[in-house]
Design a protein. Sequence first.
Length: 323
Amino acid sequence: MRTVWMFLILCWSSLALAADAWTVLPPVARGVDADVAASFRDLLEGELATRSGARFVAGEACRDLSCARQTGQRVGAAVAVLPRLSVLGQKTVVVVTVVDSASGATLSNQRMSVDRVEDLEAVAQRMAEAITTGQSTDETAELGQITEQERTPAKRRKGLSGLSLRLGGASPFGDSQAAGFGILVDGGFWYEANDFAIEPRVGYRFSADGEEESWGMFAGDFGAFWILTRNDFAPFLGGGAGIRHVREDRLNPISTGTVVRASSNDLEEDSGWGPGVFTRVGIMFFRTYAVRMAVDLEYDVTFVDLHDNGPPQSFNFGVRLIF
């Protein structure tokens, strides 16, 4: 179908260039100053004349394509061009339709919108190029013919983003991290949309109990979270994964002798890198404000075997500020 359409456009272009006369009718203007509309018509006719080489004749005003066709027949024009300009908010929308006066077929229909009246000159140039070559107006953009609207980036939905700081505790369980309860500090970048949030973060956890035995963990994670409501008090849940470095110093008992036995504790260190995952639930407070707060609870596991005691696991809790 696309091939047939392109063939018809090329055939029409050749016939149009050879036609005896064209007519560019007075524009249909809605909310646009009459002088501005008339100036656009003159610009469009001049650009079409330059590109097509056709002769142009005057025609009376029309408001629809049926009238445009009849007017073209009356004035002896093979092609009738009907421009329409209308105001939509802060934009001026320009639609130019080209009709074959003999058959009534629509040969071309071009549409552009501009933010400034001054850009109508570029619109006339690009529409004339599109009409005479069978292109779309998007394909006719050149230096000096770019409208202000095309220079302006397209509007997108925005999310809230900012730094996050989390302080809390870590409670290991299982056979690893014998030093017990620890403290955690996280820093991350929080990006929040209406119903979800993502957060890359780095953090450090370290033991708070024990004198000789200790453990520490560096974590670099990426998390994604579903926010259940859009209110100031919003529950959320999610999880993530990342890479970890874990270290643990553990006292291991050593016995010597056969008749008289002596025992002592040897401090052994073990460490390693490995992947880790976490799941988290929490509540966000003051969600509609620029600075938000959240409390959360998470389960965390790191797949590194220290001292042959299996992967470190912990329940972590924290309070987070999002700036």
